[in-house]
Design a protein around this ligand. Structure first.
Ligand code: HEM
Length: 428
């Protein structure tokens, strides 16, 4: 759905449509982090999720779907019935829900049952417990924050947010998502396991690992953005049973993708071009292995600034496939002074500040992935890159909304789930 026709050269707020002008003048940070355009989109998601809530309550809510040895199927297929009329009306309701949700373009009607404050009564204070752990973990090792933001994307994009990326290899499953090529560099598993163990002591069998990950990524985002990206996130997810490396490699976008491939990959998860651009802004933080951008090192000068390419080449020569920071301002001062002296003043003492610098870097051709640069080759995407470079507050708001949407991606219909005892093993 195009909300406005974007003229990529129109970077000035005064020369644009009224919808965008509203976006440009949006400045106050709000608890409900939606710009006017994204609010419109989210309202259809909420509508879909409301419809889903109706369907879920018709089937006596997801918690009482057919429970088999502690596992819950979210297929909704196990209602104990009542009369034939009742069955018929439930079937009709589900059909209606499916049609309406499809029309609304909802992430999935199966996001039913997720709600902000889900654990308020079930395990009071759980969000504060997660937050406390994340604050301490980032203080101890600032790398943890970016790792959690990357991790939630890799969890939610494959089989929905079900903690499938957290599962270890086992005799039953020798190739879990963790082993996928696309999952190189994922980290922060240990901190999630520690949080889970603490929460299990407080409320055994109540809080899912997938919810802990979503909360942890939200808190990391807030901390790294110095409070500017601030959102409430619904919870009530179940942990999945399935985790497949080949599915992760198939469904996660690759850093060598073209703009069209990226758009297709995101569209399959119901994200539009703008949301692709918004979420890609996460590459203002964190690190990447040289193997993830080696193809870029041979790209022409109009795609990657030669001084930046030299810096990356130097970094990658230091050891076998080392990780390098995504944002050159997080690089060590001496290296920047040598390769990009004009950039020296931007080097920061505190790494991983989460802001819209990704869009400035992209326009200056100092981003590491081909997939990042590719956004400039697509007219609408390039327009949004300019838009978010020009308006950091708008990006904060829209990033928050897109993260909420990402975190609502649900397991495939009919999948079973439960509350794991440990995040790394299927244990109920
Ligand atoms: C648009 C498609 C995307 C592609 C092709 C992509 C690709 C990558 C790659 C290749 C890495 C480095 C992996 C490594 O070599 O260690 C990476 C890192 C990262 N990505 Fe993405 N990504 C995409 C979208 C996203 C999204 C949507 C998010 C979050 C909302 C995200 C957050 C991150 C973060 C935070 C890191 C750094 C992780 C760390 O430092 O541990 N990425 N991404």
């Amino acid at each position: 759905m195009r909300r406005f026709s974007y003229n990529s050269s129109a970077r000035c707020c005064s020369s644009i449509s009224s919808a965008r002008r509203r976006r440009c003048s949006f400045s106050a940070r709000r608890r409900s982090p939606l710009s006017s355009a994204r609010r419109r989109r989210a309202s259809s998601d909420v509508a879909a999720s409301n419809i889903a809530m109706v369907s879920a309550s018709a089937a006596s809510s997801h918690a009482s779907f057919s429970v088999v040895s502690g596992l819950t199927s979210n297929s909704g297929g196990g209602g104990d019935g009542g009369g034939g009329d009742m069955k018929l009306s439930v079937v009709l309701l589900f059909s209606l829900v499916a049609v309406q949700a499809a029309l609304l373009g909802a992430p999935s009607a199966k996001a039913s049952g997720l709600k902000v404050g889900y654990y308020n009564k079930k395990c009071r204070g759980v969000e504060d417990v997660v937050k406390g752990h994340i604050i301490r973990a980032i203080k101890k090792n600032p790398r943890v924050g970016a790792a959690l933001v990357g991790l939630v994307f890799h969890d939610c994009f494959v089989r929905g947010c079900d903690g499938s990326v957290l599962l270890d290899k086992s005799a039953q499953n020798p190739n879990p998502e963790k082993d996928a090529k696309a999952n190189i560099g994922l980290a922060a598993f240990d901190i999630l396991e520690t949080i889970k163990a603490n929460i299990e002591k407080k409320c055994p069998g109540v809080v899912s690992c997938s919810d802990i990950l979503v909360y942890a990524a939200r808190d990391a985002t807030k901390i790294l953005s110095k409070g500017h990206i601030n959102y409430d996130v619904p919870a009530g997810r179940l942990d999945g049973l399935v985790s497949s490396a080949s599915q992760a490699d198939k469904e996660l976008p690759d850093s060598t993708f073209t703009a069209q491939q990226l758009i297709k990959s995101f569209a399959l998860k119901n994200f539009d071009v703008e949301e692709l651009v918004i979420l890609s802004g996460a590459h203002s933080i964190g690190m990447a292995h040289c193997s993830s951008f080696k193809g870029r090192l041979a790209a022409p000068a109009d795609q990657i600034t030669p001084a930046y390419r030299n810096l990356l080449n130097y970094k990658c020569d230091q050891s076998a496939n080392p990780p390098v920071v995504n944002n050159v301002r997080d690089e060590d001062y001496t290296t920047v002074a040598k390769y990009m002296p004009g950039f020296k003043s931007r080097v920061r003492k505190t790494r991983d500040l989460f802001d819209n610098s990704y869009y400035h870097n992209n326009l200056a051709r100092i981003v590491s992935f081909n997939s990042d640069w590719q956004l400039l080759t697509h007219t609408e995407a390039r327009g949004h890159v300019h838009e978010y470079a020009d308006n950091g507050t708008l990006w904060n708001e829209d990033f928050a909304a897109s993260m909420v949407k990402l975190s609502m991606l649900s397991m495939p219909a009919g999948s079973k789930g439960g509350i794991r005892k440990k995040c790394s093993i299927v244990s109920y």
